[in-house]
Design a protein around this ligand. Structure first.
Ligand code: ATP
Ligand code: MG
Length: 202
C-alpha cells in the first residue's frame, strides 16, 4: 500500500487498483465532534459519488465504506488540470464541453459537487471522471448551482487563465445541452459575481 496524496482533509493510499481515502484527525477539533464529522463526510461523499454515476457522470465505483475510510476504484488517468495545459485548442474545447455536460447532469439531479476544480477531474481514455465529492450536497436551489459553477470558473481563472473564456464558453455549451434549467443558473452566476462575494463552504 502506497501513500499517493496528503490532502487538507484526507490521506490517500493506493493498494493495487483500489484507492483508500482516509479522513484524518484535525487537531483543532474536539475529538468526538471530529470523529462524527469525518464519518458523516465519508458517508456523504460515497453516496454522492454513487448518485453522480447513476446520473450519468463517470465516477469511481465505491468498493467499501467503513467509518472514516472509503475504498474506491483507482482511475488510472491524468488530472484534467495537467491535461488542459498541454493539449491543443480543439481537444481543450472538447474536454470543457464534456465537463459542462457532466455538471449539467449533476445539476439536473440536484447534485452539487462542491469543489468543481480541474484537479478533481481525471481524464481516462476520452472520458472525464469526477472525484472528490467531500464538500458536495443534494440541493435544488439555483443559488447552490450558481456557486458550484463559480467555483469552476474561478479554478479556470487561477490555473488556466489563458483559456478561461474559451473553456467557459465550451463548458456552458455542454451545460445547456444537458440541463434545461441552465438559463436561471447562469443568470444567477452573473448576479453572484456582481454581488462580489458568495458563501463558499471553505
Ligand atoms: N479514485 C481515484 N482514482 C485516481 N486518483 C484519485 C482517486 N481519488 C483521488 N485521487 C487522487 O488523489 C487526489 C486527492 O483526492 P481527493 O481530491 O479526493 O481528496 P482531497 O481531500 O480533496 O485532497 P486534496 O486536498 O489533495 O484535493 C486527487 O486529486 C487525485 O489526484
Ligand atoms: Mg481534491
Amino acid at each position: 500500500m502506497k501513500l499517493i496524496d496528503k490532502g487538507a482533509e484526507a490521506n490517500l493510499y493506493l493498494d493495487k487498483d483500489t484507492i483508500i481515502k482516509e479522513r484524518i484527525k484535525k487537531a483543532y477539533r474536539v475529538t468526538e465532534l471530529d470523529e462524527t464529522l469525518r464519518k458523516s463526510r465519508t458517508k456523504r461523499e460515497a453516496r454522492l459519488i454513487s448518485f453522480a454515476r447513476r446520473a450519468g457522470v463517470p465516477t469511481p465505483v465505491i468498493r467499501d465504506i467503513d467509518g472514516n475510510i472509503v475504498k474506491m476504484d483507482f482511475i488510472k488517468g491524468e488530472q484534467v488540470k495537467d491535461v488542459l495545459n498541454r493539449v491543443l485548442k480543439d481537444e481543450r474545447k472538447r474536454i470543457c464541453e464534456e465537463i459542462g455536460k457532466h455538471a449539467g447532469r449533476l445539476h439536473k439531479n440536484n447534485i452539487i459537487h462542491g469543489d468543481m476544480t480541474t484537479s478533481n477531474m481525471i481524464l481516462k481514455g476520452d472520458r472525464i471522471f469526477f472525484i472528490d465529492f467531500g464538500l458536495g450536497e443534494i440541493n435544488d436551489t439555483v443559488e447552490a448551482k450558481g456557486v458550484d459553477i463559480l467555483v469552476f470558473k474561478k479554478s479556470l481563472r487561477s490555473t488556466h487563465y489563458r483559456f478561461e473564456k474559451e473553456c467557459l464558453d465550451a463548458f456552458i455549451k455542454g451545460y445547456s445541452l444537458e440541463y434545461e434549467g441552465y438559463k436561471d443558473v447562469l443568470e444567477r452566476l452573473g448576479s453572484i459575481e456582481k454581488r462580489g462575494r458568495y458563501f463558499a463552504k471553505r
